[in-house]
Design a protein around this ligand. Structure first.
Ligand code: FAD
Length: 471
């Protein structure tokens, strides 16, 4: 049983973080009851929201919470898509928004030191101003570093550059009892004991509160080109993806998108995509420090795709054209969000992408569903969207959730099972959070889940950190 927050605890929280940074009024705390997952659970409001301003405050709050067995749910930008920051057991939501300092850019080591509440957008601006580059780019720049680390966020550039895990060199973490630890450092190599940095990356706020991070940055690739390649079918488009890698071409991003969702995004933004031929398009981004090399890469890709079913190849070679294409691609979610019930985040080995995408088509036909699929084709992270709508004559036609919910659940299970049969997992970048935990045994052996539970028990014996998540 968890403890309740009474007047005495509120007074102590106010003494730690100040009156303005402890919210208890119903209207205010309700805003911290959800994230960006489309269907939210009702009745999850926290009893208090606390905005600490320093690691000392986070430590004192956790000490108080553990003494009184009060649940603490860390929250970043609230852009998560798995209900990870939803406080299912009430208690305290610890929002990191005040701890948003960019502390240092160490040019010699090419590393930045930041507080957990800095947003991706603020971070990109700060490093780019100094001539550096940070490749991981989960789609919403309102995400905060603590949240991105806690979910091991990815994004479309993971094909070439990897996910957040590849860039975090050190952390400051407050443990459930208030102790502060500093695993890692400004180090490229480190084989000194268990890798605790990696343990906290992807731990979804269940093992500790991340307050600071040492982040690897890199030199900026000077030239970028975006290609849009139309195909007659999704199978043809997807079958091309493994061919790039077989030929030794590593694009920065390979995304696939259907014309159905592109048209909806175009209408939503009043912008125009370079072509409306075919059914499914690959959007390929290549980068290089040399313009000649970039031309060689785009020529090679054009040769591969034109030999393998592409209808045409369009190259956006100016920053303006590129940003228009990227804008349309990145706003698809906004355009279809209203009728989206779930965004699956399955990741399969790259060689299994064509097979898994075929399965999605088969499941859509079997259950008479519209399942638009778009996402990071190059890294195996296939985002199928479970919709309560049909796509007819260029329009999204809503269907009541009651009418489709059983079919959606059956489709979800079949797709998760298909991923497992291909050596894949149910989450490649969004995390398990609240909404995927019942499916975890489809991805992990029972013995692995047991090891994870023992780690949780060792680090948080009272179960106060983000209870109700992952397991
Ligand atoms: C339009 C859109 C596009 C997206 N595209 C992508 C994409 O391409 N790739 C991708 O990976 N994700 C994507 N996401 C999902 C989301 O942006 C990421 O999951 C992001 O990493 C969440 O960061 P956040 O700060 O919003 O975390 P929150 O949603 O606030 O929290 C997420 C989890 O992290 C924990 N947490 C937060 N801060 C801390 C902390 N300081 N210490 C410990 N735990 C903490 C929370 O408890 C929770 O479990 C997208 C989301 C949207 C809305």
């Amino acid at each position: 049983m968890y403890g309740k927050i009474d007047g005495e605890i509120i007074n102590r929280l106010v003494a730690i973080s100040g009156e303005n940074n402890v919210l208890t009024c119903r209207e205010e705390v309700c805003g911290y009851a959800r994230d960006e997952y489309v269907c939210q659970l009702e009745g999850c409001a926290p009893e208090a929201v606390v905005r600490p301003g320093s690691v000392e405050e986070v430590s004192a709050i956790l000490k108080l919470a553990s003494e009184n067995r009060i649940p603490v749910t860390p929250r970043g930008g609230g852009t998560g898509l798995a209900g990870g920051c939803v406080p299912v057991h009430g208690g305290i939501v610890l929002t990191m928004q005040r701890m948003n300092r960019f502390i240092e850019l160490d040019r010699k080591n090419q590393m930045a030191v930041v507080e957990a509440g800095i947003t991706l957008g603020e971070f990109i601006q700060a490093v780019e101003k100094e001539g550096f580059y940070f490749p991981p780019h989960p789609g919403d720049e309102g995400a905060m570093f603590g949240g991105m680390i806690a979910t091991n966020a990815g994004g479309s550039r993971a094909v070439k550059y990897g996910s957040i895990r590849n860039y975090i060199r050190g952390l400051e973490v407050v443990l459930a009892d208030g102790q502060v630890i500093h695993p890692g450092g400004k180090l490229i190599k480190n084989s000194t004991g268990y890798n605790l940095v990696n343990l906290f990356i992807g731990s979804e706020g269940t093992l500790g509160v991340i307050t600071r991070a040492i982040v690897q940055v890199m030199s900026r690739p000077t030239f970028l080109r975006t290609m849009v390649i139309p195909f007659g079918s999704i199978e043809q488009a997807i079958d091309n993806v493994p061919l790039f890698f077989e030929k030794g071409i590593v694009p920065m991003a390979v995304e696939f998108v259907g014309l159905d969702v592109i048209s909806l995004s175009e209408k939503h933004l009043n912008l125009t995509w370079p072509t409306h031929q075919g059914e499914v398009h690959l959007m390929v981004i290549v980068d290089s420090p040399s313009e000649d090399d970039l031309s060689r890469l785009t020529d090679q890709i054009a040769d591969v795709v034109l030999e393998n079913g592409a209808i045409d190849v369009f190259v956006a070679d100016t920053p303006a054209k590129q940003s228009e294409v990227l804008k349309i691609r990145s706003e698809i979610y906004e355009a279809i969000k209203k009728e989206t019930v779930d965004i699956l985040d399955i990741c399969v080995p790259r060689s299994e992408i064509p097979g898994h995408v075929r399965k999605i088509q088969e499941v859509a036909r079997k259950y008479d569903l519209w399942i638009p699929v778009f996402g990071h084709a190059g890294d195996g992270n296939v985002h199928s969207h479970l919709m309560k709508a049909k796509y007819e004559n260029g329009q999204m036609v809503p269907i009541s959730l009651d009418e489709v919910s059983q079919r959606l659940e059956a489709a979800r299970m079949e797709l998760f099972q298909d991923a497992a049969s291909r050596g894949g997992v149910i989450s490649g970048e969004h995390g398990i959070g609240l909404f995927k935990k019942k499916y975890l045994p489809l991805s992990l052996e029972a013995a692995q889940i047991e090891v994870m539970k023992k780690i949780k028990q060792a680090l948080d014996p009272l179960g106060i950190l983000n209870p109700g998540k992952i397991f």
